[in-house]
Design a protein around this ligand. Structure first.
Ligand code: 13P
Length: 284
């Protein structure tokens, strides 16, 4: 088993009416707990890393850890470039073995976004790497990317059709009211807009900013055509809160082999719950 693109797993999700969860990972422990859990539940899974994560962990480390994991769990694994903005950076990582990339040109005007995405698609498809792009703009905080709520912009369904045709992307991230990071109040998703985008397009659609979105809303998004659900913040919180609690209860602790155990267990609960919401268990 080896690293794969998201083509096959998202195609199957589209056919089966479910979503593949994409969990943001940061280090060996986060990769381990995501894959242990996904493998036990027989769920396809995408491991996502922002530019900050690859810089922190090292692209070579991440690629090789994920390759080893694919062999260990006998499952295809998609290691994904989440919110990458630079062609050269994507090229280097694809050449290093990554087969799934998001090029985020959502901050550019429409035509510039298209030009940037087309260039990435042309390169990536030559390497059997799938490409996701975003149209419209999510608010919130992801990595070093901070988008103020007033700058967030919903995806226009007609523009989405043109964007997909002209870029040749494999999946589209839509902005329908979710945001990265924590919500100050319950998000109000524009399901009608999602239904329109879904009716007019035929590639898998991606929901970013799923942390903190009620399960029923995520389910409804999946019914309306979302095939990839991105989760980062809820996992970070589970990891960090369990770690803090561990040190409160064990102030003298200093062994990562011990203090990481409860953090991984806390993450596992989130992963199980998201796989259930995505209805991706037993789809391997
Ligand atoms: P959350 O941090 O809100 O879960 O968003 C994750 C995400 O969309 C990654 O691209």
């Amino acid at each position: 088993m080896f690293l794969v693109s998201t083509k096959e797993m998202l195609r199957k999700a589209q056919e089966g009416g479910y979503a593949v969860p994409a969990f943001n990972i940061h280090n060996l422990e986060t990769v381990q707990v995501v894959l242990e859990t996904a493998s036990e539940m027989r769920s396809p899974v995408i491991l996502a890393g922002t530019p900050g994560t690859y810089a922190y962990a090292g692209t070579d480390y991440l690629v090789n850890i994920c390759k080893s994991a694919a062999r260990r769990y006998h499952m295809p694994i998609a290691l994904h470039l989440d919110h990458h903005e630079c062609f050269k950076d994507i090229r280097n990582k694809v050449e290093a073995g990554v087969k799934s990339a998001m090029i985020d040109g959502s901050h550019f005007p429409f035509e510039e976004n298209i030009e940037m995405v087309k260039k990435v698609v042309q390169f990536c498809h030559g390497w059997d790497c799938t490409v996701e792009a975003e149209l419209g703009r999510l608010g919130g905080v992801e990595d070093d990317l901070v988008v103020d709520a007033k700058d967030a912009m919903f995806t226009d369904p007609d523009a989405a059709v043109e964007f997909i045709q002209r870029t040749g992307i494999d999946s589209l991230a839509v902005a329908i009211g979710t945001a990265h990071g924590l919500y100050k109040e319950e998000p109000r998703l524009d399901f009608d807009r999602l239904a329109k985008i879904s009716a007019k397009t035929d590639i898998p659609l991606v929901l970013h900013g799923a942390s903190g979105v009620p399960d029923a809303d995520v389910s409804r998004c999946i019914e309306l055509g979302i095939n990839k659900v991105n989760v980062a913040t809820e996992l970070k919180i589970a990891y960090a809160d369990a770690l803090k609690q561990y040190f409160i209860e064990n102030p003298g602790a200093n062994d990562p082999r011990h203090y990481n155990v409860t953090s991984k267990a806390a993450m596992r609960e989130v992963i199980i719950s998201k796989i259930n919401v995505c209805r991706s268990a037993d789809k391997l």
